[in-house]
Design a protein around this ligand. Structure first.
Ligand code: MG
Length: 274
């Protein structure tokens, strides 16, 4: 896990600041872009993993040891790495691990399972706000291009903008073997060639590092949701957040920590939508 920073004080609200900068850029005639990763950034994918492990459990009989172990795994925190995850419930036999790993990834990259993904809190309002202000929203994902139809469906079903204000980039079949970080570095250069990039959001430190060269002036937001094992050291300052509600939550925390909070007078916190 990545250590969360202390609550933001005063005016240091990077999400609001980005939105303000974007509005100013549009007013100056610039067409700014903001890049969002999907898995574990705009969407949380643990529910997809839970559904898959539950389904895999049911491929074994009720009496089979793997049945209960996989249900236990599905109900827990589920480490990012599948082999590590299986190990947490005692599944270490090579043949079982190989079989379950294949079963897991066959489903994980089958677009129909994205219906289980949960929208990250606050993400829909924030992305729509940027799009409404004239920002080009770029969805950049390492999902294979075969998942495009379901990805568009789940974006729209979740309430994200999917129209001429947005662009969806998935990993082409020709690049299927490319590491996600290399793929994102390549696409970052293509995106930056289109116009200025104000910010990029991703849950993988390696992806942010890979995009830096193409968008050195961008703001970098790291989603502390889940990430691959052994992440590299970040090569830039990042703002760490777990949801898009972080500013409102931090404001509420700061107010709650105030000794005068709610003493005497009756007033309530009312923070406008970002
Ligand atoms: Mg991701």
């Amino acid at each position: 896990m990545i250590t969360m920073p202390a609550p933001i004080a005063g005016k240091t609200c990077p999400l609001s600041e980005l939105a303000d900068v974007a509005v100013a850029a549009v007013q100056q005639g610039v067409a700014p872009q903001v890049v969002f990763d999907l898995d574990d950034t705009l969407f949380l994918v643990r529910p997809r993993k839970r559904a898959i492990f539950r389904e895999l459990a049911e491929t074994y009989g009720r009496e089979h040891d793997l049945h209960e172990a996989l249900h236990t795994l599905a109900a827990g925190p589920i480490p990012y790495d599948v082999v590590e995850a299986l190990g947490t419930v005692g599944i270490t036999h090579d043949a079982h691990v190989a079989e379950l790993k294949k079963g897991f990834f066959d489903r994980f990259f089958d677009g129909s399972y994205t219906a289980h993904d949960a929208v990250n809190e606050g993400a829909v309002a924030y992305v729509n706000h940027l799009a409404d202000q004239g920002v080009k929203v770029v969805y950049l994902t390492g999902r294979p291009e075969e998942m495009q139809p379901q990805t568009l469906e789940t974006l729209a079903a979740g309430g994200f903008p999917v129209d001429e204000r947005t662009r969806l980039i998935l990993k082409e079949t020709a690049n299927a073997k490319m590491l996600d970080a290399d793929f994102k570095g390549l696409k970052a250069a293509e995106i930056a060639a289109v116009g200025p990039v104000l910010a990029t959001f991703d849950n993988e430190p390696a992806n942010l590092n890979a995009m830096k060269a193409a968008m050195a002036d961008a703001r970098f937001f790291l989603l502390d949701t889940d990430h691959s094992p052994n992440p590299p050291t970040l090569e830039m300052d990042v703002y760490v957040m777990d949801t898009f509600e972080v500013e409102r939550r931090n404001l509420a925390t700061a107010l709650a920590n105030s000794p005068d909070f709610n003493s005497g007078s009756k007033w309530t916190i009312n923070v406008a939508a970002v």
